[in-house]
Design a binder for this molecule. Sequence first.
Ligand code: SF4
Ligand code: SF4
Length: 158
Amino acid sequence: MFLKNYILDIYKAIKSLLVGLRRTGYYFTHHKEIITQQYPDNRATLSLPERFKGEVVMPHDDNNEHRCTGCTACELACPNGTIKVITQFDITPEGKKKKAIDKLVYHLELCTMCNLCIIACPSDAIKMAQTFEHSVFDRSELTKILNKPGSKIMDGVE
Ligand code: SF4
Ligand code: SF4
């Protein structure tokens, strides 16, 4: 009985090995079907899936203007406190007080890339970027201010 099981195990192992080798041999002759990426050697040609999410960012235009009104909807939508919106009051040309963003603080180290903040933003002020090489030696570097220094809100965004 023991010998029978022993031989059976060897048979199964060889069969499993051949199945694996068959698959390997297949890819030797079907290079275009290989989906494994040779990262990091292929940085220049790396292809990420369209829906891959790597980081929340706030786009700015050539005039250093963004679309963030400081409404805090993203902060409220975030399930784990990754975003903190710090607001201030600007004075409009008409002399009225208007709420504006001071800093949008984003803790990348907490972000689960759930996309809820992006969906909640009524002004399309933030989006997901596909950057993903986020390793740092100092964790504080993962706390980012998304609005650039000296930036302001675009005209017409309320
Ligand atoms: S993607 Fe999700 S976890 Fe990250 S900041 Fe937005 S709501 Fe928060
Ligand atoms: S990023 Fe969008 S949701 Fe967040 S404060 Fe700015 S305008 Fe509001």
